[in-house]
Design a binder for this molecule. Structure first.
Ligand code: ZN
Ligand code: FE
Length: 255
């Protein structure tokens, strides 16, 4: 692979990601929860920092940006619509905008719900997507600013990407998500296996991010509001997909 992706644990349960292109020696960071752990990874590899992509305005995704700018002078990308709440952007992105970073073409996908103006970064050539606090391993972000409709629509945008797409999300929430999913979809054999694997990873301190979209479609309850078994557990056989999703999200908030 001409690119290398480094997953960096930050703060309590956040992840930042470095995407490094070996040919051009260009480096791109997705989200900056903190400065020190990111600088450490860059320094160890003797990499600079050319670009920062920001998924959304929350502090645990941007707190390291100002120090990184001071140190590395990268180009900062983020949602144009949320520029007043983000660090100063060099490039403001609209939904479906394409841009180049680390020698790769990325597409900005608007995925509001957790916040308004939340974006994901999809790179078709590498089949990777950075989802921040929208789609997560076995879960999705809490709905703070948007409506359930918005989050449902956002997740559907991501669900439409190719099945092989690898999902890199902003937090290590897999353990709690697996517990919740297991109460909703207890007879799903793919989920049973995945929950086991997640516990193993936690024990071995391996991050539970980097799942494929097809894995999420088979196991993530928030992508499975159309499934008979889940509807039966909830007693919502005749409800719309959006209604099922809304109930699931509320149940998770109180789990
Ligand atoms: Zn957030
Ligand atoms: Fe977050």
């Amino acid at each position: 692979m001409p690119i290398e992706i480094v997953t960096i644990p930050c703060l309590t349960d956040n992840y930042a990601y470095i995407i490094h292109d070996k040919l051009s020696n260009k480096t791109t960071l997705v989200d900056a929860p903190d400065f020190d752990p990111i600088k450490k990874q860059l320094d160890e590899r003797k990499w600079g920092l050319d670009n920062i992509l920001i998924t959304h305005h929350h502090d645990d995704h941007i707190a390291g940006v100002s120090n990184l700018i001071e140190q590395y002078n990268p180009i900062v990308f983020g949602a144009e619509s949320d520029k007043n709440r983000l660090p100063k952007l060099d490039v403001g992105l609209l939904d479906r905008d394409k841009f180049s970073a680390s020698n790769l073409i990325f597409k900005c996908i608007e995925v509001s719900g957790h916040t308004i103006g939340h974006v994901a970064f999809y790179c078709p050539s590498e089949e990777i997507v950075f989802t921040g606090d929208s789609l997560m391993s076995l879960g999705c972000g809490r709905i703070f600013e948007g409506t359930p409709e918005q989050m449902f629509r956002s997740l559907n945008q991501l669900k439409n990407l190719p099945d092989e797409t690898i999902i890199y999300s902003g937090h290590e929430y897999a353990t709690q998500n697996a517990k919740f999913a297991s109460t909703i979809d207890p007879y799903n054999p793919d989920l049973v296996n995945r929950a086991k694997k997640i516990m193993e990873n936690v024990y071995l301190q391996i991050p539970n991010v980097g799942s494929t979209l097809i894995e999420e479609k088979k196991t993530n309850p928030f992508l499975r509001a159309d499934q008979k078994e889940i509807r039966a557990v909830l007693g919502l056989e005749n409800s719309s997909e959006l209604e099922v999703f809304t109930v699931l999200r509320k149940m998770k908030d109180n789990f």
